[in-house]
Design a protein around this ligand. Structure first.
Ligand code: GLN
Length: 191
């Protein structure tokens, strides 16, 4: 069966994610409503502004649909703001979050001068060499719980993690033409 991948389209760069999945073996759709979220076998929470996406999730009842998807163990992948929303702990912030992943994150963690940059990352479980990674006002992970596997670090900062059905990247794989992270996520969905 071709899996349906929902791209949460409340705010942020959801269109780029949709495009990035367009040549993969899945049916990628933009989702905004709880019932649309529940029809998916996997969900992507894009980059954007985590406070805004969080508020809209609550307002439209999408938060409960995502919780249900998680209970079904459907894979959920958060990039950048999406990673922040998946985290249990956001340093120095009480902003709304899903809190599903046992990690702490620091927002805008790479400092002002380097708000955005591109680098090549070696990632555990991703074949064929380093992956080009775009960081835009990115967070990094400052604590991981027991069940969390660290897949990539950048100068000892944790930037990609995996816990059961959850995947989080501090960077934006949808902005480069490498599709290896999308494929990694689709493998999670197909398992
Ligand atoms: N800095 C943003 C936040 O804290 C995340 C940036 C991004 O998603 N590119 O929500």
């Amino acid at each position: 069966m071709t899996p349906r991948i929902g791209i949460l389209a409340l705010q942020g760069d959801f269109a780029k994610h949709l495009h990035a999945f367009s040549e993969s073996d899945c049916e990628a759709v933009l989702v905004k409503k709880p019932e649309e979220v529940l029809e998916c076998q996997g969900l992507v929470i894009p980059g954007g502004e985590s406070t805004t996406i969080g508020k809209l999730c609550e307002r439209f009842g999408v938060d409960e649909a995502i919780m249900q998807l998680h209970q079904r163990e459907a894979p959920i992948w958060g990039t950048c703001a999406g990673m922040i929303l998946l985290a249990k702990e956001i340093e120095g912030s009480d902003q709304w979050r899903l809190g599903l992943m046992d990690i702490a994150v620091r927002r805008n963690a790479f400092g002002r001068q380097v708000n955005s940059f591109v680098t090549d990352l070696k990632i555990d479980g991703i074949p064929d060499g380093p992956v080009r990674a775009v960081f835009i006002r990115a967070p990094y992970v400052t604590r991981v719980g027991r069940g969390v596997e660290v897949l990539a670090t950048l100068k000892d900062k944790i930037v990609m993690v995996h816990q059961d059905n959850l995947l989080a990247t501090a960077f934006h794989p949808e902005l480069t033409d490498a599709r290896r992270i999308q494929q990694y996520f689709l493998n999670m969905v197909q398992q």
